[in-house]
Ligand binder design. Structure first.
Ligand SMILES: C[S@@+](CC[C@H](N)C(=O)[O-])C[C@H]1O[C@@H](n2cnc3c(N)ncnc32)[C@H](O)[C@@H]1O
Length: 216
């Protein structure tokens, strides 16, 4: 029996990337362009992007929402995995919005993406119940518990909500949390453990990725 998830040192992590990540040249260019920005660490890891694309394909997602788009890397991964359908991206206005559109156009997926700029909770509140297949949450952490409630309203039965950063660089271990973001992620993780509305798996990939499948 495997007793514990394997610790990945640098060598093993690079091996995992080398043998499993199929990043396209366009995604690689977007990643390199993003690395030049001060907020570079916001972007998901390539293996996370690839997992999101796999999830889109696994459940045949056609209506997808992303909360937190930045330069569009995770959105591009998901959009390219959709044969048809629509990806709604929620973000705040920023110079990185244009970078996202530049790469989405180059990938010929721009026509299946809509971007709404403004606080995502306000955007989500305008959307209809139980219409969406997959929702990826990767924005303001302090609102994660509220995003869970909105996601469960918006998802169809069997739909997936995916939260990024649920290990929060280890800060989830803090007994006296030093920020609202940390407290919110801790609260979300604890609540999900016993939330019978969802099937649950927390993956130690990237900064922690939690998958929740809506049961009813
Ligand atoms: C971690 S980055 C997203 C990274 C992106 N998923 C990727 O892989 O490249 C978080 C994004 O959330 C956006 N954001 C932060 N607070 C937000 C809010 N209240 N509503 C909408 N977007 C927000 C930020 O502008 C930023 O672009």
């Amino acid at each position: 029996m495997t007793a514990q998830t394997l610790y990945l040192d640098d060598a093993l992590y690079h091996y995992l990337q080398a043998v499993s990540v199929r990043e396209t040249p366009l995604l690689a260019r977007l990643r390199v362009a993003t690395q030049a920005l001060p907020e570079a660490r916001w972007q998901v890891a390539p293996e996370q992007g690839q997992l999101l694309a796999l999830l889109v394909r696994l459940i045949g997602a056609q209506r997808v929402i992303e909360v937190g788009t930045f330069t569009g890397y995770s959105a591009l991964c998901m959009a390219q995995a959709m044969d048809h359908g629509q990806l709604l991206c929620c973000d705040l206005p920023g110079s990185y919005n244009d970078i996202a559109w530049q790469y989405w156009r180059e990938a010929a997926v721009a026509e299946r993406i809509e971007m709404r700029l403004g606080p995502a909770l306000q955007t989500l509140a305008t959307l209809p119940d139980e219409r969406y297949d997959l929702i990826f949450i990767d924005a303001d952490k302090a609102n994660y518990p509220l995003y869970l409630e909105e996601a469960l309203r918006l998802l169809r039965t069997g739909g997936l909500v995916v939260f990024d950063n649920t290990l929060w660089s280890g800060r989830v271990l803090q007994e006296q949390a030093d920020s609202d973001d940390t407290r919110a992620i801790q609260a979300l993780n604890l609540a999900l453990k016993n939330d019978l509305r969802v099937d649950l798996s927390m993956l130690p990939i990237g900064d922690g990725l939690t998958l929740c499948r809506k049961r009813l």
